[in-house]
Design a protein around this ligand. Sequence first.
Ligand code: GDP
Ligand code: MG
Length: 441
Amino acid sequence: TLSDRLTSVLKNLRGKGRLSDADIDSTCREIRIALLEADVALPVVRAFIAQIKERAKGAEVSQALNPAQQVVKIVDEELVAILGGETRRLNLAKNPPSVILLAGLQGAGKTTLAGKLAKWLRGQGHTPLLVACDLQRPNAVTQLQVVGEQAGVPVYAPEPGNGVGNPVEVARQSILEAERAQHDIVLVDTAGRLGVDEEMMRQAADIRDAVSPDEILFVLDAMVGQDAVNTAEAFRDGVGFTGVVLTKLDGDARGGAALSVRHVTGQPILFASNGEKLDDFDVFHPDRMASRILGMGDVLSLIEQAEQHFDQEQAEKAAHKIGSGELTLEDFLEQMLAIRKMGPIANLLGMLPGAGQMKDQLADFDEKSLDRMQAIIRGMTPAERADPKIINASRRLRISRGSGVAVSDVNDLVTRFFDARKMMQQMAGRFGMPGAGGGGS
Ligand code: GDP
Ligand code: MG
């Protein structure tokens, strides 16, 4: 698996500075193989990897993760984003009935899905009507009637013994029936062929034109692998669709079809089917699919743990330093950068209770003065940051020139730092923080 192959790269030490090209390349090589093994289509893999490299190149090295872990994290985030981020809900019409049309190859799982959706919608207080427009196979109508019964949802179908019905006419009539019997959603099951063919596409398109659906769901068997792209393109061009449902995710397919279809058609994946029973069905979860495609849920949870552990370690270290009066300008800078990542300081402080009265002071605390502080600290040597007491007058002048500020700004920063450190230490003592109790600044 990918995790096995990545072990050697994952063992690298924590990095400094930026992610190196070598780190990015070696990790992306493994990711590429993993995506191909998950049956993601080759052009999609290429485009996706190029996008990952672009983003990874600009990324700062995380303190918590080694470079390979970090690339994996980026890949995972991008995958989740491409697969849809937050799940989209069904589009329903303002004036019922809403019409949902199911399209896809024979055996994809449309009829089964019709039953699942009907049951799910009913559970949400809707009053769906199932419509049998697959009049191609002799037992297709019966199959829908069976799942309809299981779902507790009525089925609209042509009268038996009336010869072969016309699916377009059945679809049209079903809307009238839904209006008459006050069904708020109409679920139209259609016929599929084993392969894509023109007649099938035309029939689906004719049904579409007869009922103007609010959603056309393209139902795709996740096991089809590399064929997903061709099939999706054929349905996109022949009928068009507004969303995708992946079925048979209970099988051993890694789910690369999800990424391919999403990438090629840009349409969101709304639901996932994972079994033959009506309850084997859920809204689509991009994060779960991403770790399934990468095949490394375990690595992802390790990464999460490493980050949490690191945050906790940092917090404890900082608390100890504050309590013992060992806080350095280096820590100060680090904390400042961490806080600034969260957004404008005034906004952050504004969220604190009681900060409303401090508005005037907050206004002074502008981003420019933060930039200035950052520049000053960066202009110091590591030894000076660790112990600002050693910064003499001539060094203060040098630092001020190097960072483009006045000497008084440097003096100010150093004085304020000592004051702040003393005050924090006193507060830490009062709150019983670790390391507190030592004296002096
Ligand atoms: P249709 O031709 O598109 O209407 O497909 P069907 O709904 O008739 O499904 C074809 C076969 O796939 C049936 O045997 C279903 O029981 C099975 N099937 C459908 N969805 C799933 C699923 O999510 N998992 C599994 N394991 N089988 C499924
Ligand atoms: Mg069917």
